[in-house]
Ligand binder design. Structure first.
Ligand code: FES
Ligand SMILES: [Fe+2]
Length: 413
């Protein structure tokens, strides 16, 4: 159980808040790289509570700047991109990718006024088919080369989820909550077994659930009575690696963007450069009706055809509320991982407040690929079908881009 103040500390993502500042020490994915095209060179992004515009200028430089023009606040989403940057549609104030204003065309000839104008701008990198942003103090750390993102011996596949209508920390806690696998996900269609007792699910299969710290987060270790072991790293503070890498970026305090990246090794040994790779991308249909409704004023499809495990998790997160009411919860011994994560969060918040780099921040821009033990993951068999969307299952619903607006994808983020 947390106090109201502690719960706010863990969940508020804006600039100047404890977690907001912690999260601003990491690179976060914010968009699918292929979504920025010459025909559609701007995209609205809300991330960590800030409203921004991602754009690609005609010199192929990508920028991330505040949505509101410095002049009188019109949205730069509708700006015209040109060789030098993006020009606000209203009066043409032109910004480059660093946020500097290069021109205010309606000002008197020879005016140097534009030199006094700057908008908020953040560094952006393209990697593994995604655009990543960094909002923290300079210099920016390295974008960590986790194996799923960086291995050159194969290709990646990205799956975009409907935005989660809940705070990011509900998903983070789920990553260190191993018992729910045996209970929540007990009745998958692909499973060859059925539990004898639906209250207990497959709890009796488990000898031990354990956790240990790694250089990049918390390893969740599940030991089965038959000797099998599963280990999934929670990559602090926002990722989880199962068979795929789960990436979650807080949109604001009550919405979260989620994508998975799956890695598939090349059959022929060919190499792929993740810095300009264009992975195959799938967009998943909403899991509730109405698609932008909130519990209890929406009905979730607990058994959505495109991935029951995936939707069941989302239902459990969203139905806790926009922000889980942790002062009212009743934690028990089996919530060891959740407690560990919260302790780690408070510890890392304090590090940031003392001016130190938090867990997993890497300064060496040329660091080696980080092995999260992905290959071993493949070797394991589970009594329960693997909870990933790693290879597109038959029936996985692919939503054509033109339908997305009607499915809630036009919402912030
Ligand atoms: S509001 Fe952007 S140039 Fe005037
Ligand atoms: Fe789950």
């Amino acid at each position: 159980m947390l106090t109201k103040e502690q719960n706010e500390q863990l969940t508020q993502v804006g600039a100047g808040t404890p977690v907001g500042e912690l999260l601003r020490r990491y690179w976060h994915p914010i968009a699918i790289a292929q979504e920025l095209t010459p025909d559609r060179p701007t995209k609205f992004i809300r991330a960590l509570g800030e409203d921004l515009v991602l754009f690609r200028d005609k010199s192929d430089r990508v920028g991330l700047i505040q949505d509101h023009c410095a002049h009188r606040g019109a949205s730069l989403l509708y700006g015209r991109v040109e060789e030098r940057g993006i020009a606000c549609a209203y009066h043409g104030w032109l910004y480059d990718t660093s946020g500097s204003c290069l021109e205010c065309p309606a000002e008197p000839a020879g005016s140097m006024f534009h030199l006094t104008v700057k908008v908020r701008a953040y560094p952006v990198q393209r990697f593994a088919g995604l655009y990543w942003m960094y909002m923290g103090p300079a210099p920016a750390p390295a974008l960590p080369k986790y194996d799923v993102l960086a291995r050159p011996d194969g290709r990646r596949q990205i799956t975009v989820f409907p935005n989660l209508d809940c705070n990011w920390f509900a998903a983070a806690e789920n990553a260190v909550d191993p018992w729910h696998l045996q209970i929540l996900h007990q009745d998958q269609p692909r499973s060859t077994r059925r539990p004898v007792n639906t209250t207990r699910g497959y709890v009796a299969d488990i000898e031990e659930q354990d956790f240990y710290l790694t250089s990049y987060g918390i390893m969740k270790k599940r030991v089965y009575k038959d000797g099998r072991i599963e280990e999934h790293p929670m990559i602090f503070p926002t990722h989880l690696r199962t068979g795929s890498l789960w990436l979650r970026t807080p949109i604001d305090d009550t919405h979260t963007w989620q994508v998975t990246v799956a890695f598939r090794r090349s059959d022929d040994g060919s190499l792929v450069d993740p810095t300009d790779e264009e992975p195959e991308v799938s967009y998943l249909a909403p899991v509730k009706e109405p698609a932008d409704g909130l519990h209890p004023f929406t009905r979730f499809n607990f058994y959505a055809p495109w991935g029951q495990i995936l939707t069941q998790d989302m239902v459990m997160w969203e139905t806790q509320g926009l922000i889980s009411n942790r002062p009212e919860e009743r934690l028990a011994a089996s919530d060891k991982g959740v407690v560990l994560l919260r302790e780690l969060m408070f510890q890392e918040i304090e590090k940031v407040q003392r001016g130190l780099d938090p867990l997993g921040v890497i300064r060496d821009q040329n660091h080696a690929i980080i092995d999260t033990n992905l290959d071993n993951e493949r070797g394991r068999a589970s009594g329960i079908a693997t909870p990933t969307v790693e290879w597109r299952a038959p029936g996985l619903e692919h939503v054509p881009a033109e339908q997305l607006a009607s499915l809630g994808y036009n919402r912030p983020g």
